[in-house]
Design a protein around this ligand. Structure first.
Ligand code: XUL
Length: 537
């Protein structure tokens, strides 16, 4: 996600006398803590109003430079490697809580974490004792780091596990069988293939590993001072959960790594209370000892709640570092092309998700290439017509997840060239290419959404939303609060299966599909599909 400028708290219907809940989003580029006030209700049937009371955000690259990240990960000459030192997230948590201040923290009733999905953290034996005895005199990072059996954690941008994906897929009977069992075919960033690679390439460190956590369950474990379970929502991004039975699959664990079963925590429903907040946070930041920690989940499931999506037929378009497109499903339905995923939403429904790695970073790459700023990029979109007179782009600046592209390569089509005179054309081409790809690769979701809620840094851009509405052929609303995942986490911290609705105040820009522009994109789609097929192979 783009770094958001500090914002003043926003509010809708004033929720006076309500309770405060804290959502912590451990994102790719920053950690955001959002304090949300939820009003009491007179009846169970009534929806509870909420408002944002405070926000603090920590940008890793610029505010924690000692961790050496660039765009939230450690630079590596191999573009397939995406890692960070997990204690960076703990330092960011300390800074964010410090910024929120004792007064705001003092009234918190519940806390929950949203984590970038798939990333994994490896803890040695004894980590549970460290977590149970965190001292307020030293930072979280100082105390937890000696308990890591692997200093650098793979995050979702890592695509180094193609071999492991093939091995697990084969052991489980092929792509379709793997997707039927776990909700997704094997994907490089998914935790199971990552664990397998770790166990193969560093067997000694694997032998020292006693506990495998996800980003969400790791930070939740620290907040609760005990090893936390993995919720069904984030657990579904591992190629290890039996998506229908909602239990770790013996077959998937056996296909992944020797001794994995004893290293995984139990799974849990997303609304499970894990315990009270650890004394460290009470003493250091003034959180009440009674504050309950609710199981963490993935950023995408949390964004559903933050986007107020409760019904099948509504979907979220998250325009962040990656662009993700996800919505609720009535029942588990697997992508026959095996590009999409089925996860579990915070309310327990299955949810679909498609992740495009080349999201805002691709838009930024084009913007920077032609020396533009965001207003200049928007002006370029306004200056060019829908369909770009046939000029388009397969925008694979980084290895792509959907469709699978291992080696980055940007394809310019229809006469588009990488030249300053065509700067505006390139801006339109990257955005149109992204949404055409989204439309093409989401065709397996039988229902076209009635309503799309856009979140993430890109959702503030009106031109971008208009192109999304025209290409996808449905109304796109943006949520004024761009921290959809943190907001979802805060609302989930109430511990309710159906969390309160997000603030309904001023919504951001919205776009209706324009029939003429939509017809242009309908006509472009087959050509785009063919280009993608040829280029992605
Ligand atoms: C989803 C995915 C990303 C991360 C980071 O499958 O890999 O969206 O959750 O946001």
């Amino acid at each position: 996600m783009r770094r958001a400028a500090p914002r003043r708290p926003q509010s809708d219907r004033r929720a006076t006398g309500g309770s405060l809940y804290l959502g912590i989003d451990v994102g790719t580029q920053s950690l955001t803590a959002l304090l949300v006030e939820v009003a009491p209700t007179r009846s169970d049937a009534e929806d509870r109003a909420s408002r944002i009371a405070a926000r603090a955000s920590v940008h890793y690259d610029t505010e924690l430079p000692r961790y050496g990240t660039v765009n939230g990960q450690l630079p590596n000459e191999d573009p397939a490697i995406g890692r960070v030192r997990p204690c960076m997230w703990l330092d960011a948590l300390d800074v964010a809580l410090q910024r929120l201040g004792r007064e705001a923290c003092g009234a918190v009733r519940g806390i929950s974490v949203s984590g970038q999905q798939h990333g994994s953290v490896y803890l040695a034996a004894g980590a549970d004792r460290t977590l149970a005895a965190l001292s307020p005199d030293r930072s979280l990072a100082q105390q937890v780091e000696p308990n890591l059996s692997r200093l650098e954690a793979p995050i979702w941008t890592d695509s180094s596990t193609t071999r492991e994906c093939a091995e697990i897929r084969q052991a489980l009977g092929g792509a379709a069988a793997t997707a039927e069992l776990t909700g997704s075919d094997t994907f490089e960033r998914f935790t199971g293939p990552q664990i397998r690679r770790f166990a193969r390439t560093d067997p000694e460190a694997w032998a020292l590993t006693a506990h495998v956590c996800l980003v969400s369950s790791f930070v939740t474990s620290v907040l609760a001072g005990r090893l936390a379970p993995i919720d069904h929502g984030d657990g579904a991004g591992m190629n290890l959960l039996d998506i229908r039975r909602r239990k770790w699959s013996e077959a998937a664990m056996a296909a992944t790594a020797e001794g994995l079963g004893r290293r995984l925590p139990p799974t849990c429903a997303p609304w499970t209370a894990v315990g009270r907040v650890a004394p460290y946070f009470v003493s250091r930041y003034g959180l009440p000892a009674s504050a309950q920690v609710v199981a963490g989940s993935g950023d995408n499931p949390c964004s559903l709640v933050g986007g107020g999506v409760r019904e099948p037929g509504e979907a979220v378009l998250s325009l962040g570092t990656s662009d993700t497109y996800f919505g609720l499903l009535k029942e588990v339905a697997v992508d026959p092309e095996a590009n999409g995923h089925v996860f579990i939403a915070p309310g327990g429904h299955p949810m679909s998700l498609i992740c495009f790695r080349n999201g805002s970073l691709a838009r930024e790459a084009v913007r920077d290439r032609y020396g533009l700023d965001w207003p200049g990029f928007d002006a370029a979109l306004r200056a060019t017509p829908p369909g770009n007179d046939g000029m388009t782009m397969l925008p694979w600046f980084e290895p792509e997840i959907v469709p699978r592209v291992a080696t980055p390569h940007v394809h310019r089509l229809g006469g588009l060239r990488d030249e300053p005179e065509q700067a505006a054309r390139n801006c339109r081409a990257v955005v149109e290419g992204q949404f055409l790809s989204m439309r093409l690769n989401s065709a397996w979701l039988a229902t076209r959404p009635r309503r799309l809620v856009a979140t993430g840094g890109g959702s503030r851009n009106r031109e971008l939303l208009q192109i999304a509405a025209d290409v996808l052929g449905c109304r796109v609303e943006s949520l004024e609060v761009t921290d959809g995942a943190a907001l979802g986490a805060a609302l989930r911290a109430t511990g309710q299966r159906l969390p309160p609705l997000p603030p309904a105040g001023e919504s951001g820009p919205a776009a209706e599909p324009r029939p003429e522009a939509s017809a242009t994109y309908d006509a472009m789609l087959p050509r785009y599909a063919e280009a993608q097929r040829l280029a992605a192979g």
